[in-house]
Design a protein around this ligand. Structure first.
Ligand code: PMV
Length: 307
């Protein structure tokens, strides 16, 4: 067992660019890492046997880490550190993040990956970090696909299909993205169930929608590879409408969607499960009017460059 943690670690967040929900039915999806997702600092306590503590004020997390704790964040933290043979007591870990948590931005994966890096160091092999982080993700999500912790480790853009190895998409230029949180909580399981209900009610109508979303994911790869962000924006907008037809948007997402397009965004869509969470938009060359339109609704958008 290693008695020490590294003093600092970071991990990316994630958004699904195109392909959510359809990916559940075997279609391809594209996920992107959000740089600077989470920073963790670790410092030893005077007593190495004292319970460790994890504080991430931005996410309202302040936990004493004991084996008895039932809090999923505490359990996931100890799982990751245990998987890495790291110290389970005697440390204070402090985090900061600009990502919203529980909003489809990969906050749990960012936490799991950053914890793995505190224990293993940031020079550890990608596979080793991804595997350690999966121990934490299992606490949060049961049997996750593993895409979130892969993207939280590698950043960039990844194409994935259920049951197949993920493929990195080479980026010739960073992809500019506005991540716009609605502040509305949602349940991924409930949203996935809505799609299943609609598919069961009218399979011959909904199946083509799911396959259109899969085609949109592959069309998005072409746009990304040719740095055609106007076309990527159009794909976002079309995909938002397709997702709406699956009953996974909501009034707040649709209002924000209309607002950012009217203000000049090159395209926008819900990301992840929908029903709340976040909208993602491709900003125009001068993004100020889009940012102002979002701020006028009392929402602070996050500007990121996926690289
Ligand atoms: O919002 P998130 O990060 O929970 O993403 C859910 C993505 C879905 O495609 C809706 C579900 C899934 O398991 O892929």
């Amino acid at each position: 067992m290693s008695l020490r943690l590294h003093s600092h670690a970071t991990a990316s967040g994630k958004v699904i660019l195109v392909g959510e929900h359809a990916v559940v039915y075997g279609q391809p999806a594209l996920a992107a890492g959000l740089p600077d997702g989470l920073h963790l600092d670790a410092a030893p306590l005077p007593d190495p046997a004292a319970p460790s503590r994890l504080t991430i004020a931005d996410w309202d997390i302040d936990l004493v880490l004991t084996p008895e704790s039932e809090h999923p964040v505490a359990r996931a933290t100890l799982e990751v550190l245990g998987f890495c043979d790291g110290p389970l007591t005697g440390w204070t870990i402090t985090g900061r993040s600009r990502l919203p948590c529980r909003a489809g931005c990969g906050s749990s994966a960012a936490l799991s990956v950053a914890l793995a890096r505190l224990a293993l160091g940031d020079q550890a092999e990608t596979n080793e970090t991804v595997a350690a982080a999966l121990a934490g993700e299992r606490v949060f999500h049961g049997n996750p696909s593993g895409i979130d912790n892969l993207v939280a480790t590698t950043g960039g853009v990844v194409r994935f299909t259920k049951g197949h190895p993920a493929r990195n998409i080479a980026l010739k230029a960073p992809i500019p993205l506005l991540v716009i949180p609605t502040g509305i909580p949602r349940s991924t399981a409930a949203q996935v169930a809505k799609v299943r209900a609609r598919l069961e009610t009218m399979p011959s109508v909904i199946r083509p929608v799911l396959s259109a979303i899969g085609h949109a994911a592959d069309a998005a790869i072409e746009s990304i590879e040719s740095c055609n962000f106007k076309q990527l924006g159009e794909i976002f907008t079309v995909t938002h409408e397709l997702l709406s037809s699956l009953d996974v948007s909501c009034a707040a997402l649709d209002a924000l969607h209309a607002e950012v397009l009217a203000a000049g965004a090159l395209g926008a869509k819900l990301t992840g499960a929908g029903g709340g969470g976040c909208l993602i938009a491709i900003p125009p060359a001068s993004p100020a009017p889009v940012v102002e339109a979002v701020r006028a609704r009392g929402i602070e958008p996050l500007f990121v460059e996926v690289r």
